[in-house]
Structure formats: structure tokens, C-alpha cells
Design a protein around this ligand. Structure first.
Ligand SMILES: Cc1cc2nc3c(=O)[nH]c(=O)nc-3n(C[C@H](O)[C@H](O)[C@H](O)COP(=O)(O)OP(=O)(O)OC[C@H]3O[C@@H](n4cnc5c(N)ncnc54)[C@H](O)[C@@H]3O)c2cc1C
Length: 382
């Protein structure tokens, strides 16, 4: 029997994750990427148990574990210097990798499984019958079309699937700096400012530096080192390691879709569920739901029906993650200074009461159980 064909628009993390998963499930996959050479910028990326299980299944988990850093614990410290949350990570994996590394192992996995990458080709729209319309007028017919064309997805818009696309009031500057840190994730809060610091390879540490967009000094590039060092004197050495040419800044955004599929077209990744990046789940969900799509469609005779079944499976997790991470974001950048002690107290409680403390990652990944038995820290990292 002839293989079912797939046309994917976009060769980011989502596009390559879907291509690898579908090609490994015996689909004939072609990826159309508008740039001449798809690449990721210099920053780290947090990967949790849901995406790590899929990366293992795709055969790239070992490579990422080797080049990335598995963390021992994650801490949050407030403006008084108090550690308000401390979660040991011995039961669930939290790995930080370089984005470029994740992108390149997914690309290699997709191509090794037989997917074909066509660069310099831009998609303009899609038809639910299974047609990808390219900007140059070509029509690509496929059994399955996947829109992985990022937050500003033209395909999502062409299918009128957008319920909400909004910029939030804060944004992040991301940098990688020479590593001096041990294998811990630390997040520091001061009012509406936040900094996360964790090593992402043997040589590099990843830092995300978040503030309200209305605060010009907080969002400036080159990074306003003096401003940040004044707000977080305990980690002044982090900012000293940021060079003038380092860093990218993005305003946080959110995309909510009416549906994740229309006929034979599926929408994945930021095109489907862009979100403020507090739980390390933007790419994580894309990887997770791509695998679920491949597994669901592998046994389906009718692709459109299969996509509805896939949507039924993943919708709740997408909605839960988006709701929680957006609430977290707004609570951070809108928190008036006088309420900061109350916020600390709330997180202290959430991190110490067993019912919430042990459910932290469960909710952060959308209310689903860890997809595989957790591997104890001592067995994989020394
Ligand atoms: C500050 C910040 C920190 C984050 N941290 C994490 C984290 O720690 N963990 C995590 O899981 N997630 C994180 N995320 C989210 C994660 O980065 C994104 O969810 C993920 O990179 C989205 O990948 P994507 O492939 O959907 O989109 P993109 O990376 O935008 O890729 C889209 C691709 O499609 C191409 N394209 C666009 N339009 C077209 C077209 N019309 N035709 C053809 N090609 C097209 C683009 O060139 C690009 O290659 C973070 C996000 C931010 C903003």
C-alpha cells in the first residue's frame, strides 16, 4: 500500500518533531521552510518529562542528555533573598539543552527517518481538503498538511482558526554566557522583574531575563547590566558575563485556536498554542502532541477523522498549560510591590504542601501523568 503523504510548513522545533514522528510512523514527509537555512538562535531550552519521553522514542534523548545538563533541583528566591520554593528533581527529569542542539537532533532524526526538507519555500495558506498553497502559486497536495509555521502562522489565519492572538505585557531577553553554575535551576524574583539561571551545556549557562515591556531599561538590548545588577545584586556576576552583542528579546504572546485541526490540516507548535514561557512547555507541548498525532494517525484510515481523535486527546492538556502559564505570567508582571510578600507566601505554600508540591510538574505539563517511569537522577547523571 502506498504511504500516506504529509506536507509540513515550517522547519522549527515543532516542524522537525512532527516530521520525525510521522516519518518514523511510515508516512512520506516533506517539510517546506521559507528560510534558506533553518536554524535556532543561541539560548537554552528546558525539557520536561513529557517531551523527554518523546525524544527518547525518537532516538535522540541520549544525545541530548549527553550534551545538555540534567538538573538536580529547581529553586525560586524572592526579593528578600529567601528561597521560597525548592524542588528536588530526583523523580522527574528536567534537562536543559542548547536550542540549536535540540533543533539539529530533531532535524537529523527527521531526515534519517526519510523526511525531505525543501528550503526557500514559503507557504501562503492551506485548504482543509489537504492542499498547501505556496506563495509562488504552486499547490502541494497531501493526505495530511501540518502548519508548524510559528506564532504568526499564515496557515492558521487562512483557515480562520485563531480565537485569540495577543501580546502580553512582558517579555524575555535570553542569553547564553560562559558557565560557572552547578546543575541547579534558580529563578530570582524582584517585584515584576524575574531572572532564571541554569547551565545548559558543559561550557554554557542559559539565563532568561524578564520584565514588563513598558520598562524600557528592563527590555533594552544591549542588556542594561547596571539596571539588572542593581535589582539582583546577589547574581551580579551573571549580568557581567553578558556581552554587548549577546541576547535576543521577545515580547511574550499567546495564541488560542478555535480548533487544532480543519479537515486534513493540523496546526501545531507556536502556530497552535504560543504561550508565555514559564513552564518550559511551548516546545515541550509541540513535541508531545506531534508524537500523539503520529501515533493516532498511524492507525487511521481517514485522516480528517484521525485528526479529530488526536485533537480530543491533546486539547485539554494544551488548554490547561496555556491557562496556568498565562495566569503565572500575569501574576508576575502585574504584581504590585506591596503584594510581593503575599505572592512569596503563596508559592511557599504551594511548594511545601505535599498535594501541590508533588503535583508541580503534573500541572505544568497539562494535568497528565509522567508518560514513563521516572529515571532517578543518580542513574543518569553523576
Ligand atoms: C523567552 C522564551 C523562552 C522559552 N523557553 C522554552 C523552554 O524552556 N521550553 C520549551 O519547551 N519552550 C520554550 N519556549 C517556547 C518555544 O521556544 C517555542 O514554543 C518553540 O520554539 C516554537 O517552535 P515552532 O517550531 O512552533 O515555531 P518557530 O520556532 O517559530 O518555527 C517556525 C518555522 O517556520 C518557518 N516559517 C514561518 N512561516 C512560514 C511559512 N509561511 N512557510 C514556510 N515556513 C515558514 C520559520 O522560518 C521557522 O523556521 C520559550 C519561548 C520564549 C519566547
Amino acid at each position: 500500500m502506498a504511504k500516506k503523504t504529509v506536507a509540513i510548513a515550517g522547519a522549527g522545533i515543532a516542524g522537525f518533531a512532527a516530521a520525525a514522528a510521522l516519518a518514523q510512523h511510515d508516512f512520506e514527509v516533506r517539510i517546506y521552510e521559507r528560510s534558506e537555512e533553518p536554524r535556532e538562535f543561541g539560548a537554552g531550552i528546558y525539557l520536561k518529562e513529557n517531551s523527554l519521553a518523546v525524544l527518547d522514542a525518537l532516538g535522540v534523548g541520549g544525545q541530548l542528555a549527553e550534551s545538555g545538563v540534567r538538573l538536580r533541583a529547581a529553586m525560586i528566591h524572592d526579593e528578600t533573598g529567601k528561597t521560597i520554593v525548592r524542588r528536588t528533581l530526583d523523580k522527574e527529569r528536567l534537562l536543559i539543552a542548547l536550542r540549536s542542539e535540540l533543533h539539529s537532533v530533531l532535524r537529523a532524526a527527521a531526515l534519517a527517518a526519510g523526511a525531505e526538507l525543501v528550503t526557500g519555500r514559503e507557504a501562503a495558506s492551506a485548504d482543509p481538503s489537504g492542499v498547501l498553497h505556496m506563495s509562488d502559486g504552486e499547490e502541494v497536495k497531501a493526505d495530511l498538511v501540518v502548519a508548524a509555521d510559528g506564532v504568526n502562522s499564515r496557515i492558521r489565519e487562512s483557515l480562520k482558526l485563531t480565537r485569540l492572538f495577543a501580546l502580553l505585557g512582558d517579555g524575555a531577553t535570553r542569553v547564553i554566557i560562559p558557565r560557572e553554575e552547578e546543575a541547579y535551576a534558580n529563578e530570582y524574583w524582584n517585584g515584576s522583574l524575574r531572572v532564571g539561571v541554569a547551565p545548559c551545556s558543559e561550557d554554557y549557562t542559559y539565563a532568561f531575563i524578564i520584565g514588563p515591556e513598558r520598562d524600557r531599561r528592563a527590555t533594552a538590548l544591549p542588556l542594561d547590566r547596571a539596571y539588572w545588577a542593581e535589582a539582583f545584586p546577589a547574581i551580579a556576576s551573571v549580568f557581567e558575563r553578558v556581552g554587548d552583542g549577546d541576547g535576543v528579546h521577545h515580547t511574550h504572546s499567546i495564541v488560542i485556536c478555535k480548533e487544532l485541526a480543519a479537515g486534513n490540516v493540523a496546526v501545531i507548535g507556536d502556530a497552535a498554542h504560543a504561550q508565555p514561557p514559564n513552564f518550559g512547555q511551548g516546545a515541550g507541548l509541540a513535541i508531545d502532541t506531534s508524537w500523539e498525532m503520529a501515533e493516532t494517525l498511524a492507525g487511521a484510515t481517514d485522516i480528517a477523522q484521525g485528526l479529530q481523535a488526536w485533537q480530543d486527546k491533546v486539547r485539554r492538556r494544551v488548554t490547561t498549560v496555556q491557562a496556568l502559564t498565562t495566569a503565572y505570567d500575569i501574576a508576575q508582571y502585574k504584581c504590585p510591590k506591596p503584594l510581593a510578600p503575599l505572592r512569596s507566601r503563596l508559592f511557599e505554600l504551594l511548594g511545601s504542601v505535599p498535594t501541590t508540591a508533588h503535583q508541580w510538574e503534573f500541572w505544568w505539563r497539562g494535568g497528565v501523568a509522567a508518560p514513563q517511569p521516572a529515571i532517578p537522577w543518580t542513574e543518569v547523571a553523576g
